[in-house]
Design a binder for this molecule. Structure first.
Ligand SMILES: Cc1cc2nc3c(=O)[nH]c(=O)nc-3n(C[C@H](O)[C@H](O)[C@H](O)COP(=O)(O)O)c2cc1C
Length: 403
């Protein structure tokens, strides 16, 4: 298929009927078809990582850099992905796996799969339909979506596309009065679960992102009229009407702030960005309804630990009844399987679906979700564990030893 298209684009590139710029484009497309693994449509993708290169080609360097980078030397970003390689599977044979069931329960609600959509900010930087395309895909494929607080479409609009209010992530404003207003607005939108992200309260160091930004030769000020890297006007609808002065994530927040937030709202309250046993225990003691083990996709502290390696200590600290969610580096169904085996209640996707969104909009997100569901189903069948409850730590080994 690729070689036919390449020939077609080469034919166009040589055509005298086209303008020079169209011929140049055809030449580019012909070249891209020379490279194995580069996909031109969502349908062609065989695996999630096929979308990574497609996304890189679709995005301007600054937007790609914002998405693909981590902090410091990007070690934690890489650790998230690489840590799965040290975990092996223990497949059981001659088990009836004819009826796999991926369903699980979260807060009393039956989910068809344990996969949810992580909050990712500024999605119109990746595709013109941004969070609307993601919501439409989440609806079509029936996945829980968590909307970022720095979404480019409001929670009210996203709820319409999703067919129900999403869970809402919170970056807390510095002033409590503004937090109060923001949380009330989210509650009024019918959101059942608030997810407070606590891993960026101390700031972060992002040299890779800055380096990519410097390669960008476009006129960024045309969109980012307040300066490169600042939000595009109108693209922060959740902070409209608030007096933020562009600042959020209070560095003086403590567990007392959590207690205050808990009192402020009837929504269930989750803490996102918990990375060690002690904090997980504190979260449970302070009445959190769940935690998300997350290092923001390697974008907060360069702690050098993949989230899958952190998961066991967190689950052991809070016990099996307390819901522990996890995200970071999930690119294969077998990665998801490993997290479920350790005891995660559900698994969040970040860049995996953003690659799909960047390259092909809603269709790309849907294909990513389909691929991961199919791969997880296959792993469950191959391992002789056709239901989520049957997947336990006995199903895996880390560096050859039981976890
Ligand atoms: C471009 C980008 C933007 C993000 N924006 C947010 C955000 O607004 N709020 C948040 O809580 N997490 C945000 N995250 C973190 C994700 O929710 C998630 O923790 C992370 O992407 C998971 O790692 P993965 O990308 O390897 O799957 C963002 C991640 C990326 C890559």
């Amino acid at each position: 298929m690729h070689s036919n298209r390449r020939e077609f684009f080469q034919f166009l590139a040589a055509s005298t009927v086209l303008t020079p710029s169209m011929r140049a484009l055809a030449q580019q497309l012909a070249v891209s078809h020379d490279q194995p693994g580069v996909i031109m449509s969502a349908k062609e993708a065989l695996q999630v990582m096929d979308f990574e290169e497609a996304a890189r080609r679709a995005l301007p360097p600054a937007h790609w850099g914002y998405m693909a980078s981590g902090v410091d030397d990007d070690l934690t970003l890489r650790a998230n992905v690489e840590a799965y390689r040290h975990i092996g599977l223990k497949p059981r044979r001659l088990v009836d796996v004819s009826k796999p069931d991926l369903s699980t329960e979260v807060f009393g609600v039956r989910w068809e799969t344990p996969l949810f959509i992580c909050p990712v900010g500024g999605q119109r930087a990746f595709h013109p339909q941004g969070e609307m395309a993601t919501a439409a895909a989440a609806k079509a494929k029936r996945h829980q979506m968590i909307l970022s607080n720095v979404t480019t479409y409001s929670v009210e609009d996203v709820a319409k596309t999703l067919g129900q209010p999403p869970w809402q992530q919170l970056y807390m404003p510095l002033k409590w009065e503004e937090t109060d207003k923001l949380v009330k607005r989210i509650e009024d939108a019918g959101v059942p679960v608030l997810v407070w992200t606590v891993d960026l309260l101390a700031g972060r160091n992002t040299p890779t992102m800055t380096r990519f930004g410097r390669q960008d030769t476009r006129n960024c000020i045309a969109c980012h009229s307040n300066g490169v890297g600042t939000p595009v006007p109108g693209y922060r609808p959740m902070y409209e009407g608030l007096n933020l002065e562009g600042r959020y994530n209070p560095p003086d927040a403590t567990w007392a702030t959590f207690d205050r937030l808990k009192k402020l709202t009837k929504m269930k309250l989750i803490l996102k960005g918990i990375d060690i046993a002690e904090d997980a225990r504190l979260a449970r003691e302070h009445g959190a309804d769940a935690v998300v083990v997350s290092n923001h996709g390697g974008r907060d502290t360069e702690n050098g630990r993949g989230t899958i390696d952190i998961l066991p200590e967190v689950i052991d600290a809070v016990g099996p009844q307390f819901p522990v969610l996890v995200d970071g580096g999930f690119r294969r169904g077998s990665d998801i399987y490993k997290a479920l085996a350790i005891g995660a209640r559900a698994v969040g996707l970040g860049r995996a679906y953003i690659y799909g969104l960047s390259a092909f909009g809603q269709e790309g997100v849907e294909r990513v979700l389909d691929i991961l569901r199919a791969e997880l189903t296959l792993t469950m069948r191959q391992c002789g564990t056709p239901t989520i409850a049957q997947i336990t730590r006995a199903s895996i080994l880390r560096n050859g030893a039981r976890i």
